[in-house]
Design a protein around this ligand. Sequence first.
Ligand code: FAD
Ligand code: SF4
Length: 455
Amino acid sequence: MTGPAFKSPLDRPALAEEDAAHVSIHPPLGHLQVRHEANRCLYCYDAPCTRACPTHIDVPAFIRKIATDNLLGSARVIMEANPIGASCARVCPTEYLCEGACVLSHDESPIRIGDLQRYVTDWARATGVKLFTPGPGSGRQVAIIGGGPAGLSAARELRLLGHAVTVFEAKSQLGGLDTYGIVPFRLPAAVSLWEAEQVTALGVEVRTGTVVGLDISADTVLSQFDAVVLACGMGYVPELGIPGEDLQGVWDAIELIERVKMGEPVPVPGRVAVIGAGNTAIDAATCARRLGAEEVVIYYRRSEAEMTAYPSEFAFAKSEGVVFRWRCLPVRILGGSGRVQGIEFVATDLVQDANGGQRVQPVPGSEFMVAVDTVIRAIGQSRRARLLEALGVEHEAGVVKTTDGRTNLSKVFAAGDCTFAKGGREAMVVEAAEQGKRTARQVHAFLSGQAQGGV
Ligand SMILES: Cc1cc2nc3c(=O)[nH]c(=O)nc-3n(C[C@H](O)[C@H](O)[C@H](O)COP(=O)(O)OP(=O)(O)OC[C@H]3O[C@@H](n4cnc5c(N)ncnc54)[C@H](O)[C@@H]3O)c2cc1C
Ligand code: SF4
């Protein structure tokens, strides 16, 4: 099927968020660039880009459809493989995934797959086309705990397979970190809300503002549904565990980004110290710069070589004026009249530990003070162990133990960040989307087995 022609940049309907204060750092491709990129693609057989994409989008197929003006067909190819394909187009670290595998990256530049995917999904958002219809009803009911990328992906797939789906979501809107946690200048909330609409339009019951374990008990969910998919992600940033964290001006990176993304007032941060050097720290630091911070310094207890932020993110932060200081461990936050006024660090050495790894060791007498107005914690995310305990699901330090999406309880499955262990697969939107999809198929197999008198 062919979608409406999309012939010039002027045909492209305006998207509200592009006019808003949350200005995108990455402008979309224009029509001529799209044509050029689509025609540059070699449409490889057994394409390495498709293999490198965790959701295995048939990249050559969606690009070929762009080249023949079939944007509806192209959008279907993308979104069928990846129900979170619009967000992924903007936030996937493509240089390590599809574009990194493109055969053209050896001789010239890789095809701009993420940007082409964005062009198509932006078109689908702007035109409001219907992409999918639910499968014939199975009579089985599945609860999904968490309406982020993993939960939505599972919900979409389960509806296509004909199961009734109820999503319980603690927040007032769906989308998880795509809606609330990824900085608006990389991913406007409108994009993930559109993806959520694609899912709810299939007849999914949504109970937002409902915390499982608080507003509805885990036992009630377990008893009322034929299967449960746990897709609760991770929590906010844990505390640093140093004196002064209760002072005004100390922020959790994810809470700060959430406030900005939801358009809630955030005080101008002045001089900012960000603790941690992962991608969340980069997002918080660049967010603070855009809020008008006069100086933003990222402090990391290890060295540049151990930093977990992607090199492209590191380069972006530096281009935004963010400064990095290595081998500094925060000791205490100092304040006056209840507000942050400074932070004390100690320098660190990295010493070999018994397991061949490196241990951070403070250097005695190397303490130093820095005057700051804001401290942002960005040292990872906490786990939702209490919910797992309430459900009776086996976990290790809050990471759900799974085999192919199955937990220790026969009717409970899990997908996304809640299953990602430190040092294991990377917590990424595209990974959560793939896991949600695959877990839904496991749920389907379980329910089908039950229907035939199995399991
Ligand atoms: C600051 C930041 C920046 C990031 N940037 C990128 C990026 O650029 N690219 C990328 O690929 N990935 C990025 N990520 C990672 C990505 O956002 C996650 O991997 C992805 O969102 C995981 O999806 P999920 O559905 O498993 O969890 P989440 O997105 O966390 O969704 C879980 C949902 O479950 C809900 N929930 C939790 N407990 C309950 C309960 N008891 N009852 C009901 N609902 C509940 C939560 O409210 C939430 O909506 C970033 C993460 C952070 C924190
Ligand atoms: S979902 Fe991400 S990794 Fe997959 S093709 Fe799209 S941009 Fe590339």
